[in-house]
Design a protein around this ligand. Structure first.
Ligand code: IMP
Ligand code: MG
Length: 171
């Protein structure tokens, strides 16, 4: 059962606000968005257009949840970025921060690549699920500690194309 949590309108207006915040920090400097596949692709597409030029976009894919709701605990890079982080303003684009393990690992990895700055924007965060402390400089919404889908987020590859975010409940 899907229990709607954030409407498409709520998401769109928050994305516009986040883009404004981000532009006010970086001004007219180029930003390299490092988009974490696959869940962040919808958010990244809307956010990149709201942020506007100059912006570069690249993608990384990490292993995390496999095909279910359980984290494997092991974070590995499946696809690395093509554009070099060195000397660039790197902004990681995440869909959701749950335990924090994935983001912590990615921050540590990217910081070794000598970016000019390194910050994170995440659409969602589940503060009650956090197991490792990790900064999120720009955050869309805090959500309850439940499994959510839609707007790019999946359960076993389903529900990514929903324009809204919903809680997925068994029954
Ligand atoms: P973490 O390492 O536990 O913070 O999990 C990070 C990744 O797990 C996120 O970037 C998502 O791709 C995925 N994930 C965590 N919670 C959810 C959820 O509620 N729905 C869908 N994917 C999730
Ligand atoms: Mg993700």
């Amino acid at each position: 059962m899907l229990a709607p949590l954030l409407t498409a309108d709520q998401i769109q207006s928050r994305v516009a606000e986040l883009a404004k915040e981000i532009r006010s920090v970086y001004r007219d400097e180029p930003i390299l968005l490092i988009v974490v596949l696959k869940g962040s692709y919808v958010f990244a597409a809307d956010l990149a257009r709201a942020i506007g030029e100059p912006v570069e976009i690249d993608f990384v894919q990490l292993s995390s949840y496999g095909n279910g709701k359980q984290a494997s605990g092991i974070v590995q890079i499946r696809k690395d970025a093509d554009i070099s982080c060195e000397g660039r303003h790197v902004l990681v684009v995440e869909d959701i921060v749950d335990s924090g393990a994935t983001l912590k690992h990615l921050r540590e990895l990217l910081s070794t690549r000598r970016p000019k700055t390194l910050q994170v924007v995440s659409l969602l965060s589940k503060p009650k699920a956090r197991q490792v402390d990790v900064p999120i400089e720009f955050l869309g919404f805090e959500v309850p500690n439940e499994f959510v889908v839609g707007y790019g987020l999946d359960f076993a590859e389903k529900y990514r194309s929903l324009p809204y975010v919903a809680i997925l409940r068994e029954d």
